[in-house]
Design a protein around this ligand. Structure first.
Ligand code: NAD
Length: 296
């Protein structure tokens, strides 16, 4: 069923997600602070909007895909934000990766204005955003979830209701810990083989079908072997996610010693000017340690 959808945040992820909603027959009103990104999705059939208020006055179902909690708070609860303009009964689906507790705070402000909200972060990165095969993890009221599930499935291959508001982002934090540590493990292991004189490309071929193989290995090792660290998922965003994971871990009494270690590796990568590069640049930390590149 075609629906009118407002979409705010047209970055690496937002742009292809909008295009998949258009492909599925929805009418999409789009806004970003970067004009060029609005023009990109307009060429694919979206309606350009020049403010959050214009989105809210045209649509009662809004998707946000923004960098972090403060951005979502600003767009939803801030001056001239969504809640100043949306009618009661509207629904906001925040698909950004933010701290669960911040999702809960924004939800409470929405409820006070009779606006529904779900947190629905995604995993899969730009390739799966383009293919419309994202994994989407959702928190919030089950009735609201069921009313929009079909729209989420137009952007994703899997949509799982994980629990109350914030549960989607809790699942996403778990995902981000695993992804970061997996890239570090792959980098460490492939540096070992390189230094030992065994071609890392052949090691990849030899082990990817075994127990060590993973989606992360398949996606990131070819980038590392090519020395291609174009994003993808930016180091700065992964640092943001791990900071959210550490805050959440401290709040709920879950020690995260490995997350601390990979956070410091990512800080090193950022300090070397690679904050806007893909998180596969974790490999460059090992390359600096040894003075050796992991290449085919
Ligand atoms: P991005 O930085 O490419 O895009 C964010 C967009 O939000 C930018 O275009 C920016 O201009 C826009 N924006 C910021 N503030 C705004 C405001 N006040 N009003 C309107 N637009 C505003 O980031 P991304 O990679 O698309 O990621 C978006 C979210 O999805 C993040 O929370 C990220 O952690 C998460 N995520 C990203 C990936 C990935 O592989 N890139 C994968 C899964 C999840």
């Amino acid at each position: 069923m075609a629906t009118k959808i407002g979409f705010i945040g047209l970055g690496i992820m937002g742009k292809p997600m909008v295009k998949n909603l258009l492909k599925a027959g929805h009418e999409v009103y789009a806004y970003d602070i970067v004009q060029e990104y609005i023009e990109d999705v307009t060429r694919a059939g979206a309606v350009a909007c020049s403010s959050v208020a214009e989105i809210a006055s045209n649509c009662s179902l809004i998707v946000t895909m923004l960098p972090n909690g403060p951005d979502v708070k600003d767009v939803v609860c801030g001056k001239d934000g969504l809640l100043e303009h949306l009618s009661a009964g509207s629904t906001i689906i925040d698909m950004s990766s933010i701290e669960p507790i911040v999702a809960q705070e924004i939800y409470a402000t929405c409820v006070a204005k009779s606006v529904y909200m779900l947190d629905a972060p995604v995993s899969g990165g730009e390739p799966k955003a383009i293919d419309g095969t994202l994994s989407i993890m959702v928190g919030g009221d089950a009735t609201v979830f069921n009313s929009v599930k079909h729209i989420l499935l137009d952007m994703g291959a899997s949509v799982v209701h994980c629990g109350d508001i914030g549960a989607g982002n809790t699942a996403k934090l778990a995902n981000q810990i695993i992804v970061a540590l997996n890239i570090a493990a792959v980098s460490e292991a492939f540096m070992l083989s390189t230094r030992a004189g065994v071609n890392p490309s052949l090691v990849f071929d030899a082990i990817k079908g075994g127990l060590a193989g993973s989606t992360v290995m398949n996606a990131k090792v070819p980038m590392i072997l090519d020395g291609n660290f174009n994003p993808g998922f930016k180091v700065d965003l992964h640092i943001k996610d791990l900071l959210n994971a550490l805050n959440t871990g401290h709040n709920v009494g879950a020690p995260l010693p490995l997350t601390v270690a990979i956070m410091e590796i990512l800080q090193n990568v950022r300090a070397h000017g690679m904050g806007q590069n893909d998180h596969s640049a974790i490999a460059t930390y090992y390359e600096r340690l040894t003075g050796t590149e992991i290449r085919d």
